[in-house]
Write a protein of this length. Structure first.
Length: 108
């Protein structure tokens, strides 16, 4: 009787782990990210610039700032079309054309 109970507990635990891992795997499948480096016209890095990534299809926006080396990463993002807007005091605002982001892709 004890061995059947132990076997039942192990089966339930195994199923719980499998279901959890299926959720983790599916969450990783349908997202991507957009990353880049912001430079001025002379090629100098732009630190602390405001970067806004807008989902053209759903109307959602995410905002970040560039790092001390002018880099940014925004994600995870759902598959779709995105525009990237970069703003910094003393510079003209830059807006990208829509970028198509596919599964597990890292756009720039």
């Amino acid at each position: 009787m004890t061995s059947l109970r132990t076997l039942g507990v192990r089966c339930v635990l195994f199923l719980a782990i499998v279901l959890f891992l299926c959720g983790v795997v599916s969450a990783q499948k349908d997202t991507g990210s957009i990353a880049g480096t912001v430079k001025d016209t002379s090629g100098a890095l732009v630190v602390g610039a405001k970067v806004t990534v807008s989902d053209v299809d759903r109307g959602l926006t995410l905002t970040t700032t560039t790092s001390e080396v002018g880099e940014y990463v925004v994600g995870p993002l759902r598959v779709g079309n995105y525009t990237v807007t970069v703003e910094q005091t003393g510079f003209k605002k830059a807006v990208s054309v829509p970028v198509a982001l596919d599964v597990q892709q890292r756009g720039s």
